[in-house]
Design a protein around this ligand. Sequence first.
Ligand code: ATP
Length: 334
Amino acid sequence: MNALTFPILKLLADGKFHSGEDIAQQLKVSRATVWNALQDAGTLGIEIFSVRGRGYKLPQAVTLLDAQAVLGAIREQAVLSTISEQRAFFKLEIHDYLESTNTYLMKKISSGHAHASCVAANLQTNGRGRRGRTWQAGLGASLTFSLLWRFQCGAAALSGLSLAVGVALIRALHHFGITQAQLKWPNDILVGHEKLAGILIELQGDMEGPSTAVIGIGVNLNLSTKIKQQIDQPAIDLASAAPQTINPNELLGVLLNYLAEVLRSFEQQGFTSLRDEWTKHHAYHQQQVRMLMPDGREISGVVQNITEDGNLLVETASGLQKFASGEISLRGVV
Ligand code: ATP
């Protein structure tokens, strides 16, 4: 990205018109340089209105991430005593832009990035989903961040982790009054069967332990029509699902609180202690579903339960079947 693009976007974040001349003066560059930097923003999919005589503006104001504001939303945690200890617990890094917060943190595991490192990006340009799929994001369109968590146990004991993370998201969304948020096995967050948030967990370490998880989360804040068109399933954002405007800094702080809470109970008791809460919020509990298999087959049935290691139990024509999350997609039957 052009080194000036993000400084200009920060000036435009107020959603008002800024003339090319003003921007050029503030950043001590020529107007042509400003124009070039804004062309670069266009190639990253950032929409900028340009009106002769008035200047440039974003379609709407954008609240950028700010470390102090995020830390301000970190609340007391039972295991830490002072407020400064609580805030220092999460090693927070905020980037203007990154290709993918998960890719960035995965590369940092071997260089010793600390437990509870959190990396967030105002703009994620190449977000990933499961199995090489893409997570669509945009400036002000979504909150994208990853949290690094080191476990004493091995990767084999982490099978219910992605479901546990879903519980943290549900608690945080309920905190903001989005009580209609539900889970879709294994770990999507839906509102009215439309996808609000996604989770991508990547692991490194031995099966016996210790191991490190990078927990990537994307929550839609305000999706433009253009971004929505790039998503091949129904998607929703907080701007339409929440009863009030949610500040992304507060959202990140509150999410970190609930993630730490849930990850600690997962460390101590595994997914068992979270299973009932998970089931309570499952959009497809005891519902008719289709399971899409990696070989293209489809199996229909009725969801019965979740096992203690996060597998899905479905009553099918050939009896009760257990599905592990890896390669399988669940779809509702309308
Ligand atoms: P499955 O139903 O197979 O489990 P998934 O929805 O869990 O699929 P993920 O890998 O978690 O798949 O996420 C990637 C998918 O999410 C994309 O293929 C796309 O359909 C959808 N997607 C991408 N960006 C967004 C977004 N910003 N909001 C909602 N959905 C998105």
